[in-house]
Structure formats: C-alpha cells, structure tokens
Ligand binder design. Structure first.
Ligand code: HEM
Length: 205
C-alpha cells in the first residue's frame, strides 16, 4: 500500500478507535443512552464494567503502538503502553467472555462473541509472550492479529445500523454481526502480514 494511503488508514483507524473508546466509558458510571439489549444481559454486573474498562483502554492505546516512530524513538513508552494494552485486552476479554454467555440474541451470537473473546485473549497472550522472549517478528504478527480483534468494537458499531433497516430482524442481524465484526478484520490482518512479513519490510498500520 502506498505510504500516504497507509497513513490515511492509520488516521481513520485512530479517530474511530478514540471515538468508540471514549463513548464506551459512559458504561462505567452508566450515564447516557445505554443499549437496552446489553443492559438486559444476564451477566451485566460486574462483567460489563470489567469489559468496558479494559477493552476501551486497549482501544485507546492500541493505535499508538502501531507507530514505528514511537517504537524507535521512545521504546519505554511503547513498553509501558504495551503493558496497559495487554492488561486491557485480558480484562476486556474475560469480561467479554462472561457477557457472551448471556447475550439476549441467543446461542449464535454467544458463539460469535465467545470465539472473538477467546481469539482476543489467545492472540494477545501470544503477542506478549513473544515480546518477553525477544521474538520480535512473531510479537509484531500476533499484536497485529490482536489489534485486528480489538478493532471489532469499531467494525461492530459500523455494521450496527443494519439492524435498524425496516423489515430486518434485530436478533438475526446481531447474530450475523457477532461474526462479521471480527472475521473480516482477522483476514485483513493476515493479508497485511503476507504483504509485509518481517520487521525489515514492516510499515506502520
Ligand atoms: C474484542 C473482543 C470483544 C468481545 C468478545 C466483546 C464482547 C462483548 C459482548 C458479548 C457484549 C455484550 C453484548 C450483548 O449483551 O448484547 C459487549 C458489549 C460492549 N462492549 Fe465489547 N467485546 C469486545 C471488544 C470490545 C472493545 C475493544 C470495546 C471498546 C470500546 C468494547 C466495548 C463494549 C461496550 C461499550 C459494550 C456495551 C454495549 C454497546 O454499547 O455496544 N468491546 N461486548
């Protein structure tokens, strides 16, 4: 991808991530418009707070971890934000898995969000382990996969208006979105990794 396009893609991703993360924090004091289906989730307490606090924080710091300039100039900032990101993903993932068991849209949506939660915890844990082992090529690859899954929070909200098309069934659309919000992200991440397979040829997202 030409450099200008990859920069534009990063700016768009950063703006959308910040918007979703900052608006998500309203679920902590439970202020403002809250999704009724989510508030009816059987496991809303205390898992929604754990999930939102961790996931929104991961989404907030994630885009900056992708910047090569930050990694090269301020490695300690990258490491500090990295620890915050991992903690955010793991607590967000554990909370997300509990919520997945209680979604009002039923077992298909539970499977979609549940697999996303498992994938998120696994990719983030592997990325973290590879960093501790000094295997930086693998660390980069697993972090790109992990962040593609973190971005499910953004893509889910881009698809959500489909549920309000007249005649569409909210439950069926929500079931489809529980997979659509992350499977294409992961495929794109794999395509990105094949195009820029090693740090020598790496680019910022
Ligand atoms: C990537 C793994 C994730 C999983 C497995 C996951 C799972 C879930 C589930 C199952 C729910 C409840 C849905 C329902 O009951 O209908 C939920 C709600 C929510 N999640 Fe996540 N989520 C993930 C990522 C994120 C991220 C990165 C954010 C960051 C902002 C986030 C923010 C929220 C918020 C704010 C809600 C409340 C409902 C809403 O406004 O849509 N989630 N999540």
């Amino acid at each position: 991808m030409p450099k200008i396009l990859s920069r534009l893609a990063w700016v768009l991703m950063m703006i959308l991530s910040l918007l979703v993360a900052l608006t998500a924090y309203r679920y902590l004091p439970r202020i403002g418009p809250l999704a009724t289906n989510v508030m009816a989730n059987r496991f809303v307490d205390p898992f929604l707070s754990l999930h939102v606090a961790g996931a929104a924080t991961a989404l907030l710091v994630g885009p900056f971890q992708m910047l090569r300039g930050v990694r090269a100039r301020w490695p300690s900032v990258h490491q500090l934000l990295g620890r915050i990101y991992v903690l955010g993903c793991l607590s967000g993932g554990i909370g997300g898995l509990a919520l997945a068991l209680g979604v009002t849209a039923g077992p298909i949506a539970s499977a979609g969000f549940g697999l996303l939660g498992v994938g998120w915890i696994v990719t983030t844990s592997l990325a973290w382990r590879r960093a501790l082992q000094g295997r930086l090529t693998d660390h980069r690859a697993w972090m790109i996969r992990s962040f593609a899954l973190t971005l499910a929070a953004v893509t889910l909200r881009l698809y959500l208006p489909l549920a309000f098309i007249p005649g569409a069934s909210f439950v069926e659309v929500y079931q489809a979105i529980s997979f659509l919000c992350w499977v294409p992200n992961l495929l794109l991440a794999e395509a990105w990794l094949s195009a820029a397979p090693s740090p020598a040829s790496s680019r910022s997202l």
